[in-house]
Design a protein around this ligand. Sequence first.
Ligand SMILES: [Zn+2]
Length: 350
Amino acid sequence: MLAAKPSDPLYYQARQHVLYSNDPGISHLQRRLRIGYQRAIALRDALAGDAVEYRSDTDSWQIHPQADRVTDFLIEDKLAHAAQLIYNAKALVIAAGAGIGIDSGLPDYRGDEGFWRAYPALGRSRLRFESIASPQAYQERPATAWGFYGHRLSLYRATTPHSGFDLLHAWGQRMQQGCFVFTSNVDGHFQKAGFPSARVYECHGSLHRLQCTANCQGSIWSTVDLYPQVNEAACEWLGELPTCPHCGALARPNIQMFDDWHWNEKRSAQQRMLLDMWLDSAQAPLVIEIGAGRALPTVRNFTRRMQQRGSRLIRINLHEANIHNPGDIELALGANEALEGIAAQLLQHG
Ligand SMILES: [Zn+2]
């Protein structure tokens, strides 16, 4: 790493282009940065020992084998650029995955170990998240499935969405054509943060709605009157299990679970229709994608379609950002840190 601040303001951009393309050539630098030959030579000389090295045995420049590709030296520039895009945008889409919730203190179930730490009773039975959040669990061990669901419902009700939600809400309100949320999260936190229900598409449903396991009449009802009593040590629902008001069959959450062919997607489909109508009227809205991983790609696929329609992207993802993406802005930060960072830059726009 460099001890002193580089003298050329294009230093870090040059560094990124060289590492991203694996091309230490002078003409490449000239083209990408639109600079003259002398300045490109000086920049590459300055990058020696950091991103590139001169090999006398082959009389050629190479990428430095120990170059730091993890640190994003352009992060401040990117936060400023993101603020600029938000300031100029007329419409905003927020595309959110599980990563946005972590800053509110919600658990991150990465792998069985993390999940079983949060639910020791399920760990003792070696029940994985995919097994307990499944229609089969509601059939085979309904008290446990409801115990798990009841605990989650109480947890999400008790959790306040972090301040990043408020920032997003404020930005959306300033947009001429407003804002729409596309989320794979089932926690209802966008509505809790003040986003109107008619502007939220929950593609996997909502924990705050129930449906019939027999799907008798296709109705979906609210959990507003449901007060879960759960034996947490055993992960068991206490008392009578909630049933369908029409046919008396067992009720279940209206969320898309694993291997779920019985999810009633009516409500979600209506939300989707509202989103599509709004997209028809909003021209290439700016997309801020937050905490959407590659493992469950629903949100990322949506983002890609928006890009194909001409939308610019600001991606916030602590673990899966491509920080060298020259076309869009990708920030390898947590949701709250990134949003607060952009907000600080936006203040300078008055
Ligand atoms: Zn029913």
